[in-house]
Design a protein around this ligand. Structure first.
Ligand SMILES: *Cc1c(COP(=O)(O)O)cnc(C)c1O
Length: 427
């Protein structure tokens, strides 16, 4: 491997200030970044430029499904890049065909389209819905309050949070937001122009809120009755994070009628490529051929390189039974978060989520946070950085734990111990 990848240059001084300055001068300031400059990682750990080590319980927002610098990913990248990185979708390539077949095997009969990101995968589903309803003049897509569906123009129109829309009006027409987990409200909202409903199986950015089984089954029946497409955004909650391939499969486990549940369209990205950019949507039979030749496309979508990496990740997840790991270790972590809520109620209000998609809900008005006007979630995440753990805020009160699927019990224990120490320091 050393012959192929030259070692990183030796760090001769603390680069923090100079790298930060490069961003201040040259990078569009659209992100509120934390004051960390990260340089490399290994397994579930990342290191900053000063050499400080962090346990990564955020995995790049649910992306690094096998952690950092996983040898199987490196090998897949090197091997495939020696053969073919890209040829465009004007031709057939084996990795894309095989990955599509794997995805179909995991969900159900249908077909797959490849994109490069979650927002693009959702864009494809929005276009698919419009194509489906076009001849009847139906175009409207109903989404949930507090949902998140990406930052493109259609993505922010679809997202049920005002903060992503502000300053970008007028919004693209054809989206309305309905309270989540409220079947009656959804039924009442359907208009003659409605063509589809899109929800997340577990709302991520909105604060780690799973759909209820009744909601999922009710939406399926409602969509069948009204001839609407049921679209599920599995970008964050999918890819075995909840213990099943898709969160709806986990939520409906053991529920009568649940084993037959399928959406009509499903978007994926984040964990799919383990950090290599790839997104996809799956569309169920009999809608799988709505996009005929020339109707939709992406230059980079489904390159042999991206697909080879995604195939390798699926192989490792299956071989190492990482779905079971997410389920079992995730349940232990959630029980620990519940224990914190019980023991430190002035700091931790509760826990939420499934498997490795967990949220720690902070109490309102934590005295130690009163001096700063930053949201509690940001202040808590900053304290965890100081203590050597990376987590992801959601909204003002939720701190998300989205670890790599191969997190080890001892690492989970280490992370929870540090979280407990941080909670204790705020009592
Ligand atoms: C992250 C996310 C997206 C957007 O994905 P990008 O790859 O950032 O475009 C869409 N939907 C959900 C539920 C997400 O969590």
């Amino acid at each position: 491997m050393n012959e192929i990848i030259p070692p990183p240059p030796a760090i001769v001084r603390n680069d923090y200030a100079s790298i930060r300055e490069l961003f201040v001068k040259n990078v569009v300031p659209s992100y509120g970044r934390f004051e960390l400059v990260l340089s490399h990682g290994a397994g579930r750990y990342v290191f900053d430029v000063a050499g400080k080590r962090y346990l990564d319980l955020g995995s790049g927002i649910a992306v690094c499904s096998l952690g950092h610098a996983h040898p199987a990913i490196t090998e897949a990248l090197v091997e495939q890049s020696r053969k073919l990185i890209h040829v465009s979708n004007l031709y057939f390539t084996e990795p894309q065909g095989r990955l599509a077949a794997e995805i179909v095997k995991h969900i159900g009969a249908g077909k797959v389209f490849f994109s490069n990101s979650g927002a693009e995968a959702n864009e494809g589903l929005f276009k698919l819905a419009r194509k489906f309803g076009h001849d009847e003049g139906r175009y409207e897509i109903l989404t949930a309050v507090n949902s998140f569906h990406g930052r493109t123009m259609a993505g922010i129109a679809a997202t049920g949070q005002d903060k992503v829309k502000k300053g970008f009006e007028p919004m693209m027409a054809g989206f309305r937001h309905i309270p989540y987990n409220d079947l009656d409200a959804m039924r009442a909202a359907i208009s003659p122009a409605t063509v589809a409903i899109m929800i997340e199986g577990v709302q991520g950015e909105g604060g780690v809120t799973p759909a209820t089984p009744e909601y999922l089954l009710g939406l399926r029946a409602l969509c069948d009755e009204k001839k609407l497409l049921l679209l599920v955004d599995g970008v964050q909650c999918g890819h075995f994070r909840t213990g099943k391939f898709q969160s709806f499969q986990r939520i409906l486990e053991g529920v009568p009628g649940g084993e037959k549940f399928l959406p009509d369209g499903l978007s994926m990205a984040k964990s799919l490529g383990g950090g290599f950019p790839i997104g996809a949507f799956w569309v169920r039979e009999p809608f799988q051929d709505l996009f005929g030749p020339g109707t939709h496309g992406s230059t980079f979508g489904g390159t042999p390189l991206a697909c080879a990496v995604a195939l390798k990740i699926l192989e490792v997840i299956e071989r190492e039974k990482l779905a079971d790991n997410a389920r079992q270790l995730g349940a232990w972590m959630q029980a620990e978060l519940e224990r914190l809520a019980k023991n430190y109620p002035t700091v931790v209000k509760g826990s939420r989520g499934l498997g490795f998609m967990l949220g720690l809900e902070l109490a309102e008005k934590i005295p130690a946070f009163a001096a700063s006007d930053k949201p509690a979630a940001i202040q808590f995440v900053n304290r965890l950085h100081a203590a050597g753990v990376l987590t992801i805020p959601a909204g003002t009160q939720i701190v998300r734990l989205l670890p790599s699927l191969n997190l080890k019990p001892q690492e989970a224990g280490e992370g929870l111990a540090i979280i407990e120490e941080t909670v204790k320091s705020l009592v």
